[in-house]
Design a protein around this ligand. Structure first.
Ligand code: SF4
Length: 234
């Protein structure tokens, strides 16, 4: 099913691919090219929380024109960072977090973003989703970043029955072989934006319609309603 979804959305590029040197040639296995962009990817992912991708792209590129290294960002006046990222939601909190994250990366990790989940989640503003995004996008490490799209669709299709993104992450890890993990976020986010939308999903053109729990339940309830109506007419 994942492959069918992947084929359907192939060609769409997401926020984090757009930060790479050549987004059109984005390859899952070209981590050597992507590693130098790890700090930018990390900051962009922190900025992307509760913000539209289009806004995040503009904001990160604007910020990068002024401060593009951990040292520069760590030493930047907080008011200027706030001004540069103003259009991103909760910008005051984000400004504080990215400045402090930049300081830690500069002082503790010698300007290199760590490629370890347990270290990444200790950085301010970095939860499991952000950390897993950085591991997948910048270091080619198998991980499943679970955002609202992944959590919603995995439950909607019936792959998992979970209440929190972290539980979804662990359930998906059991469901899919490791070599598939890196595709999951990319595939499901694009799929969630273009086909399996939160409201009015495009089930009629969906490639996995026959296997989808939501669709099956919808059909079942339609059949039982028709049966009820027929019974009442008799
Ligand atoms: S059939 Fe509809 S609800 Fe199910 S995955 Fe496809 S678009 Fe989403």
């Amino acid at each position: 099913m994942l492959h069918k979804m992947f084929d359907t959305i192939k060609g769409y590029s997401l926020l984090l691919e757009q930060l790479q040197p050549d987004p059109k040639n984005y390859q899952f296995n070209s981590s050597e090219i992507r590693k130098p962009y790890a700090f930018k990817t990390l900051v962009a992912t922190i900025l992307s929380v509760r913000s539209r991708d289009e806004t995040t792209i503009k904001v990160i590129e604007n910020l990068w024109q002024h401060y593009s290294t951990p040292k520069d960002l760590a030493e930047a006046p907080i008011e200027h960072i706030e001004e540069l990222i103003h259009s991103s939601g909760t910008y005051k909190q984000k400004a504080k977090r990215i400045k402090e994250t930049a300081r830690i990366i500069h002082e503790k990790y010698n300007d290199k973003v760590p490629d370890d989940l347990s270290l990444l989640v200790q950085l301010p503003g970095v939860g499991r989703k952000v950390a897993n995004c950085v591991l997948v996008v910048s270091f080619n490490k198998p991980a499943i970043p679970v955002d609202t799209h992944v959590h919603r669709i995995a439950n909607r299709i019936g792959w998992v029955e979970t209440k929190t993104p972290e539980k979804t992450e662990h359930a998906l890890e059991k469901l899919f072989p490791k070599e598939e993990w890196m595709r999951i976020n990319y595939t499901m986010v694009s799929f969630g934006k273009n086909i399996c939308k939160p409201i009015n999903p495009l089930c009629d053109i969906c490639p996995i319609e026959k296997n989808c729990e939501k669709k099956i339940q919808k059909n079942d309830s339609r059949i039982s309603k028709t049966k009820k109506r027929t019974k009442n007419k008799r």
